[in-house]
Design a binder for this molecule. Structure first.
Ligand code: NOJ
Length: 536
């Protein structure tokens, strides 16, 4: 494959926006669609090519938009449909694609479908959700747990049955075994595709179908008390059922009928299982999200083996992808530190496949500690002793050095970190050595080098400090990427390859242009990309 043959989502770079926290345009302390429009020029300047926006639909906000009460509207907090149409238009004018969040697994308990479903056992929509009788002793039908704590079954007094909710009680799961549900959700997809959206990030794709017999999940022998209570069981019957793939293929068929649209699946599963979501004939999700770098210890050897395993497990024609952070996980800079954040960026943007950047990553935003009485995230509120709140990674984007960071004219919905500690776009834009410029340059490099866009991935070295790999495409210069994942200096002697080339990009800018021959030396927290001489 040559880089000219790549589709937009293969050659592109995705940028995730958490809309409550990106830019407030109307002074209510909550980000909105007009705010995103104001910042499109920034995103274009940065060089990303697609935006994934977390849910913007009407919602009671029990789970900050992941509890949807109308799949075809816009929450007034974010604006209205005219604002959305304008956003789509303005993004497309700038060559930026729009990926919406689709949440097919569950609705809000305020969605009209659920209100109907719970109104009586005879209601035609009763079977749109998962209703079950109690066991003879009155307890729930099985032992399944909610991801957000407690049992996954909620008793409904009025109709005398339990309903299933993998997340909050306010988020009842749809019954995807019902063909009417399938058609209703495929129609939702068509509604947005007709408007011109370029794709969907599909929430909890691996949850969509549950075991028909509702068998008990087995106990997880590796559970430890600091973990979320959900992890007490291994969810082999409540998630990742074989029937899910038929549904994914139906969704894919809808996308394919529109041409170059795409679907990313949110799936937290081990590598081999993750791969099945590409579909038997590459007719599943275009990109099953690869969360390896989110969950791995920051260890060169472990990361190198994980990359290798992922690369080898990919199905033929399956396009890879990489992620460092999202709105559910601690920020990368807080996980690995400011210096290593640049190494992480180099990894993200030089591995094979589509990278996704989480807003603020490019300026080194950190998790902001949120005092207990300000916690908003239901996951944090439901399990207060476990430190599981996702708020710290969802704080407002830091645009400038003002009191509210240029995010809003008023106090934002979630606090910012102390003013003197906040990295921000305005200062970093002025400083050519800033992390923001580092990202911008890396992005430009990725987009201009065929080896990075389509080249093979060849691992050439991994030890307890550093890893190195070559990206190689025919007809273009091969690149050697060398990353020191430790704070200590290191020497690398690459085995079985003679190395000779010139530094193209480095954390230490003074190295750019210098020659590299065989032995490579890196300071702590350093990385470099070497353009290899042609005869190598
Ligand atoms: C995954 C989303 O990323 C997360 O934020 C949400 O709470 C759950 N799905 C439930 O929709």
């Amino acid at each position: 494959m040559t880089h000219e043959q790549l589709l937009w989502w293969q050659s592109g770079i995705i940028y995730q926006i958490y809309p409550r926290s990106f830019q407030d345009s109307n002074g209510d302390g909550i980000g909105d669609l007009q705010g995103i429009i104001q910042r499109l020029d920034y995103l274009q300047w940065l060089g990303v090519t697609a935006i994934w926006i977390s849910p913007i639909y009407p919602s009671p906000m029990a789970d900050y938009g992941y509890d949807i009460s109308d799949y075809r509207g816009i929450h007034p907090l974010f604006g209205n449909m005219d604002d959305f149409d304008q956003l789509l238009q303005e993004a497309h004018n700038r060559g930026l694609r729009i990926i919406l969040d689709l949440v097919p697994n569950h609705t809000s308990n305020q969605h009209p479908w659920f209100l109907e479903s719970r109104s009586s056992k005879e209601n035609p929509k009763r079977d749109w959700y998962i209703w079950e009788d109690a066991r003879p002793d009155g307890t729930p039908p099985n032992n399944w747990l909610s991801v957000f704590g407690g049992p996954a079954w909620e008793w409904d007094e009025q109709t005398g049955q339990y309903y299933y909710h993998a997340f909050l009680t306010e988020q009842p799961d749809l019954n995807w075994r019902n063909p009417e549900v399938q058609q209703a959700m495929l129609d939702v997809m068509r509604f947005w595709l007709d408007k011109g959206v370029d794709g969907f990030r599909v929430d909890v794709m691996w949850h969509m179908v549950k075991d028909k017999e509702l068998r008990d999940n087995p106990v997880n022998p590796d559970y430890q008390v600091h973990m979320a209570t959900y992890e007490q069981l291994t969810p082999i019957y409540s998630t990742d059922q074989p029937e899910v793939h038929d549904l994914v293929q139906q969704m894919r068929a809808v996308l394919d009928s529109y041409g170059e649209r795409m679907m990313i699946g949110e799936i937290y599963l081990p590598i081999q299982k993750l791969m099945t979501y590409y579909g038997p004939d590459n007719n599943g999700a275009h990109l099953p999200f690869n969360f390896l770098l989110l969950s791995m210890p920051w260890d060169a050897q472990k990361i190198a083996s994980a990359i290798d395993e992922y690369e080898h497990a990919l199905p033929q024609r399956g396009w890879p992808n990489w992620v460092l952070g999202n709105h559910d996980q601690p920020r990368i800079t807080s996980r690995v530190g400011t210096e290593q954040a640049r190494i992480a960026a180099m990894l993200l943007l030089t591995l094979r496949g589509t990278p996704t950047i989480y807003y603020g990553e490019e300026i080194g935003m950190r998790d902001v500690p949120i005092p207990p009485d300000e916690v908003q995230d239901p996951q944090g509120l439901n399990m207060p002793d476990k430190n599981l709140s996702r708020d710290p990674a969802r704080t407002p984007m830091q645009w400038d050095g003002g009191e509210f960071a240029g995010f809003s004219a008023t106090r934002p919905w979630l606090r910012l970190g102390p003013q003197y500690k906040r990295p921000h776009v305005a200062a970093q834009k002025e400083d050519p050595h800033s992390q923001l410029h580092f990202y911008k340059k890396l992005i430009a490099l990725r987009q201009s080098q065929p080896a990075l866009l389509v080249g093979d991935y060849i691992q050439v070295h991994a030890d307890h400090q550093a890893l190195a790999y070559i990206r190689e495409a025919s007809g273009a210069p091969a690149l050697l990427v060398v990353l020191n994942l430790s704070h200590k200096p290191c020497y690398l002697a690459i085995q079985h390859r003679t190395i000779s080339g010139r530094v193209l990009f480095a954390t230490d800018e003074t190295l750019v242009g210098t020659a590299v021959v065989n032995r490579i030396q890196l300071g702590g927290d350093e990385g470099m990309i070497v353009e290899l001489d042609e005869d190598e």
